[in-house]
Design a protein around this ligand. Structure first.
Ligand code: GLA
Length: 393
């Protein structure tokens, strides 16, 4: 079942108290993701390199004979329900992620059966580690299984992205849902977001660890700023397309081509495009370094990526910058950057194993002194993508 017995026991207990029936239980696990490099490239048909991490959403479910979904969230301490065969209305709550997924599943198959479910998460919610994608994927796996809809993981990732775009109305790319569904243990996933071809790349971390730093800064305005950046990238693309109709996306542009056309751009639009073009190149280079077990150079590209997100794409913030700066002052840190959409949320650092305690101590106290916010740190491993497990397996 779950690797963590304590969570399994707790969830079973809650399930028994809430829903009585404990026969034919289905266990669900969906991890969060950390993106190692390749930020704000996915909606530009570019490259990304995320890993799924052992901060996860866990669920226990039991199929019902009718079409009602009843869900208890341990994290929100709240019970919600709806009927899948009735019209599905948004209610601006966490249940919307399940509703969005059910809506999309209804488009590809017959959804007749609901379930009783309890969820609990070790993945911090709304901190830029893809808690929403994990929740969507967990439910997409569960309800496709319960309703005997055969669908590949790739298709499920796309379906969850559609749920987020169409129902939640966040115009995200494909990275998060893909990572949550398809990543593998000990590895990160090198994804070409245009073809959706991917390669599982061994992280070769030997004596290093991944440490996530949660700034504790709420990601306010993140969604609207995210949509603005998308529009800015579209403007950059349309300028370049006027001169060259072979260009389908910013992924087809290299830095020389961009520089030649610099005079056509407003300054901020140019900066956005420059970030995307260089970030794609950094992903390709970083994969080569990682395969050569060259973590030092991989880390340098992470640092360049952060600088570019801060100065060109302008999606960092004082808190993320300070945490990265403090991280880089620790001996044994090979790379550090903001991860995810930005405007708050988390950083990811690669660090020699024996420097981890010092990192948490020093970065933690200096960050708190500088911001007044209490950070959290998670030393994480790369794990397998989401799965459902039936009792006895
Ligand atoms: C969010 C989105 C992703 C991606 C990142 C930025 O996590 O959901 O699709 O665009 O931001 O790289």
């Amino acid at each position: 079942m779950f690797s963590d017995d304590k969570i399994a026991n707790e969830l079973q207990e809650t399930f028994k108290n809430r829903f009585k029936s404990i026969n034919d239980l289905i266990y669900i696990r969906a991890p969060g993701r950390v993106n190692l490099i390749g930020e704000h490239t996915d909606y530009n048909n570019g490259f990304v390199f995320p890993a799924a991490v052992n901060l996860e959403i866990y669920g226990i479910a039991c199929k019902r004979d009718d079409s009602v979904i009843q869900v208890y969230s341990e994290d929100f301490q709240e019970l919600k329900n709806f009927d899948v065969i009735q019209e599905i209305k948004k209610e601006d709550s966490w249940i919307d992620y399940i509703k969005g997924v059910i809506n999309e599943l209804k488009d590809i198959g017959e959804i007749k059966y609901g379930a009783d479910i309890v969820f609990k998460s070790t993945l911090p919610i709304g901190s830029g580690l893809s808690s929403s994608a994990a929740f969507e994927f967990a439910n997409a796996l569960l309800f496709s299984d319960i309703n005997s809809i055969k669908i590949s993981r790739k298709e499920l990732a796309l379906l969850c992205q559609r749920a987020e775009n169409n129902f939640i109305k966040v115009n995200c790319g494909i990275m998060d849902q893909f990572a949550v569904g398809l990543c593998r243990e000990g590895s990160a996933l090198f994804l070409d977001t245009m073809s959706l071809e991917y390669e599982i790349v061994d992280l070769n971390m030997s004596a290093h660890k991944m440490i996530i730093g949660n700034t504790g800064k709420p990601r306010t305005l993140a969604d609207s700023a995210y949509n603005t950046r998308r529009k800015e990238c579209e403007s950059a693309l349309s300028i370049l397309k006027k001169n060259n109709d072979q260009i389908g996306s910013l992924r087809d542009v290299d830095i020389d081509m961009l520089r030649e056309n610099k005079g056509l751009f407003e300054e901020n639009i140019y900066k956005r495009a420059e970030h995307v073009v260089e970030e794609n190149k950094r992903v390709l280079d970083s994969i080569v370094f990682l395969k050569e077990k060259d973590l030092e150079n991989f880390g340098k590209l992470m640092i360049r990526s952060h600088e570019s997100l801060r100065d060109l794409y302008e999606v960092s913030c004082r808190e993320l910058d300070l945490m990265v700066e403090e991280a880089l002052s620790i001996d044994g840190v090979v790379g550090s950057r903001m991860t995810g959409a930005g405007f708050g949320g988390c950083t990811i650092s690669l660090i020699k194993e024996n420097s981890v305690d010092m990192f948490i101590d020093k970065v933690g106290s200096n960050y708190e002194k500088g911001t007044g916010l209490k950070p959290e740190f998670y030393v994480v491993d790369a794990v397998n993508g989401a799965e459902i497990i039936r009792k006895g397996e």
